[in-house]
Design a protein. Structure first.
Length: 287
């Protein structure tokens, strides 16, 4: 009898071991809560096959799938943040993030081409302090707009942020005004500005340059807002809709102009650029 029990337990143990050996790594979609194999998720470039939620990807991957091959030239690649208010361990945390992500800060800016059309492009990366906006992020974005104005080029910004960076205090909050001013000057000179909202775009970034695009695009199911759901519900004392602050909700309320899937983003941006007169020979025209 004991031998039978032992054999049963042994079989179960071996079955579990075999199952774990063949099971592939998986993740749970934050929107529909369905389980997806990591392999499938990566094949789809971080898009949920069940609900079409467009997850987070790195800035370098975003640039790779958006611009023409070998056309990207980075701006201000070596710029790093100081510690303007002597926040404890801020410098050490940043150094650790630089080593872990390969980034210098939370945004990459530069010049590139999309199907031949020249653009100035900026891409925020949520892996670096949740893409919070500090002095370097604000300065790099401001310089990108200034260079675009000088060269008469359009600007495309892929936004993703948790908001202002508390470790830089008032210096961080000042970037909202600075980036907004740069957008206004670019607009006054007739420059086109397209914003692409990715997951999540919140806080001071939403309250500044992310909301100022001539055309505002969002990826499906991404979170877009200023304050969080709990803060808003606590303030207005009302239950908010389940889709509150999702891209589809924001489009319905007129905040977002169009929702575009990741696989169609490059073609859509190319089409919009050409509609506004930015073609492969724009650089020649601008001399």
């Amino acid at each position: 009898m004991l031998e039978d029990i032992f054999n049963v337990v042994k079989k179960r143990f071996n079955d579990d071991e075999d199952k774990s050996a063949v099971e592939k790594p998986s993740l749970k979609c934050p929107r529909c809560q369905s389980t997806i194999t990591l392999e499938r998720y990566e094949e789809l470039r971080s898009v949920c096959p069940n609900c079409n939620y467009h997850g987070r990807i790195s800035a370098k991957e975003r640039i790779e799938i958006t611009v023409d091959k070998d056309s990207f030239v980075e701006y201000d690649a070596d710029m790093i943040s100081c510690n303007p208010i002597d926040f404890p361990e801020y410098e050490e945390k940043q150094q650790a993030l630089r080593e872990a992500t390969g980034l210098r800060d939370a945004v990459i800016t530069g010049e590139a081409k999309i199907k031949g059309s020249p653009v100035v492009i900026g891409v925020m990366d949520s892996r670096y302090m949740m893409a919070s906006m500090g002095s370097v992020v604000g300065e790099k974005i401001t310089r990108a707009f200034e260079r675009a104005s000088e060269k008469k080029l359009p600007v495309i910004m892929f936004t993703a942020s948790g908001g202002a960076r508390m470790q830089e205090g008032i210096v961080s909050l000042m970037q909202m005004a600075k980036t907004s001013g740069a957008v206004k000057l670019h607009s006054d000179k007739g420059g086109l500005y397209i914003t692409v909202l990715t997951d999540p775009t919140t806080g001071g970034v939403t309250a500044s340059f992310a909301s100022l695009g001539d055309i505002i695009i969002a990826e499906p199911k991404v979170l877009v807002g200023f304050a969080g759901r709990r803060v808003v519900e606590g303030t207005i004392k009302q239950r908010l809709p389940d889709d509150f602050q999702l891209a589809e909700f924001m489009q319905d309320k007129g905040f977002v102009d169009m929702i575009v899937e990741r696989k169609k983003m490059r073609s859509t941006l190319s089409h919009l650029l050409k509609l506004h007169g930015y073609t492969a020979d724009t650089e020649v025209q601008n001399g």
